[in-house]
Structures are given as C-alpha cells and as structure tokens.
Design a protein around this ligand. Structure first.
Ligand SMILES: NC(=O)c1ccc[n+]([C@@H]2O[C@H](COP(=O)([O-])OP(=O)(O)OC[C@H]3O[C@@H](n4cnc5c(N)ncnc54)[C@H](O)[C@@H]3O)[C@@H](O)[C@H]2O)c1
Length: 266
C-alpha cells in the first residue's frame, strides 16, 4: 500500500482464527501493510501455513496453537507475545465457531461452549491486549461479530446470536472505557462469507444458497478477502478517530433487514 496513512511498519499484531478464512485474510493484509504477526489458531498445521505466507511478505510471523475458549491458554499466549514481540499494536479477535440447535432443544453445555468460545475468549484477549495497550497509550482492537449480533437469523442460531450480540456490547463498553487511554475498539459484522462449514451446509441443502443470496443485495457471497481493506484501516492511523464503531461487511444485508428465516408451522 503506497500511502503512509495505512503503513503498519514496526507494528505488532495478534490475529486469532488465522489458519483460514477471515483470520488468514486479515493476517495477510496486515503483513502486506508492514506488520509483524503473532498468529493464533487451534489448527496447528493451518496456522503454520499462514505463518509461512506472512514470511513471504518479509514480515516476522510466530504461530501459536491456542484454544481461545480457555482463558489460561489466552494468558499464556500473551506471555509469549511479551517475550517474542514486547508490544501489541493491534488485536483481531476472529477465531470462533457455533453449535447450532433449536432453542427448545439445545443443551446448556452447548450454549456455554459457544459463549466461552465467542464471548469469554474475545473478552480475555481484549483484557490482556487492553492492559498492554493502555500502558503504551495506544492500540486498536477488532472484534469480529456477525449480522447475528444485531438481527435474528432463526435456523438454530440461538447460541451464536446470543454470543455475537454480547460481542457488540463488549466492543461498545470497551471503546467507552478505553478510548481516552488511546485504545480503540471496533467490530465488523459479516454476513455469509464462504468458508468450509458454510460450503458444507449449502452442499447438504442446496436451496440455502438462493435463500442466503436473496438477503444479500450485492448478489454474491462474501469472500474472506473482502475484509482486507477494513482490517488495514482499523489497524492503522487512518482510523485514529474511529472507535466503538459497529461496521457491517454484508453486501447490504442489514440495510435491507433480510437475514433471518421465520419458522413455519408444519
Ligand atoms: N463466514 C461467515 O459467513 C461469517 C459470518 C459472520 C461472522 N463470522 C465469524 O467470523 C469468524 C471467522 O469466520 P471464518 O468464516 O473465517 O471461519 P472459519 O471456520 O473459516 O475459520 C475459523 C477459524 O477459527 C479457528 N477456531 C475456532 N474455534 C477456535 C478456538 N476455540 N480457538 C482457536 N481457534 C479456533 C478454526 O480452527 C478456524 O481456523 C468467526 O468468529 C465467525 O463466527 C463468519
């Protein structure tokens, strides 16, 4: 990138979910803009592969196999960050997955696991990064939410929607608490971005593709690369007065208010 506004040279970023999909795309975009990276995923082979790709940009990459739903592992990760990089300028909380189930049937253990993965995991990483960024007087955090953060989807998304709603409030609260300390916190809410699990769901039920696309005015699914520009913007000084923002990345879905599916009586 030519403009110094978007230059991340000398900055250290930590990206979870970096083995594939949105996390990998964010990591590569930050590397291209000049950042060194601590890459995190519980998929060891995948995160090593992304680290290799980051090094091809001439940047430093350290791969960590961490389960972000385990706070002890997240704390150990930040201890490693201190040793390896000694600073953190940007955190991207991306890792996550859902367990689907109808509200009347899903187990509380599954609801709790989704909450640990998406809410506790993101918060613990925010807390660890935030402490370091407040001490340094600057930093930027990106939480990945979902259109399910602000709109109901139906189709068994109850645990995911409750967790992603919390991610938006986490973002707003942290930006309110930390902005005067130089720490910005923003969220991106994607609609359907192609990834292996989405592709599998569509393969199992092909009409889903048309149903999803009818809710995306842009007329196509998202691609992980669609997040690259936003990631660099939020990591860079170009967004220095942007905090607490909840940014849809959804091909127009939320504007049309069309993401969900009501259950019909059979
Ligand atoms: N793809 C979409 O349509 C979409 C839409 C809205 C929100 N999101 C959210 O964006 C994020 C990334 O989505 P994606 O499409 O890149 O998904 P993906 O499934 O392609 O990648 C998710 C990555 O997170 C890792 N991961 C999952 N749980 C983890 C854990 N507990 N600890 C460490 N790593 C873990 C996986 O190993 C995987 O590499 C997720 O939080 C997802 O909920 C995705």
């Amino acid at each position: 990138m030519s403009s110094t506004l978007f230059d991340l040279s000398g900055k250290a970023a930590i990206v979870s979910g970096a083995a594939q999909g949105l996390g990998r795309a964010i990591a590569l975009s930050l590397a291209e803009a000049g950042a060194d990276l601590l890459l995190v995923d519980r998929n060891a082979a995948g995160v090593e592969r992304t680290a290799g790709e980051v090094r091809q940009y001439g940047r430093r990459a350290v791969a960590a196999t961490t389960d972000v739903s385990e706070p002890d592992q997240v704390r150990a990760l930040f201890a490693r960050l201190d040793e390896e990089f000694g600073r953190v300028d940007f955190l991207a909380n991306v890792a996550g997955e859902s367990i689907m189930g109808a509200p009347e049937a899903i187990t509380l253990a599954d609801v709790e696991q989704v909450w640990r993965n998406l809410v506790l995991g993101r918060f613990c990483a925010c807390q660890e990064a935030g402490r370091r960024m407040l001490a340094a007087g600057s930093g930027s955090i990106l939480n990945i939410g979902s259109i399910a953060s602000v709109t109901a989807l139906g189709r068994g998304h109850i645990a995911y929607s409750m967790a992603m709603g919390a991610v938006v409030q986490m973002t707003r609260e942290l930006s309110t608490e930390w902005s005067s300390g130089g720490v910005r916190v923003n969220a991106i809410l994607p609609a359907q971005v192609l990834n292996p699990s989405l592709e599998q769901r569509i393969a199992e039920s092909p009409p889903l593709a048309e149903q999803f696309l009818s809710g995306i005015p842009a007329g196509r699914f998202g691609h992980p690369d669609d997040i690259r520009g936003l990631a660099v913007l939020l990591a860079s000084d170009a967004s220095r007065w942007i905090t607490g923002a909840i940014i849809p990345m959804d091909g127009g879905n939320l504007a049309m208010n069309a993401g969900g599916t009501p259950r019909r009586k059979t």
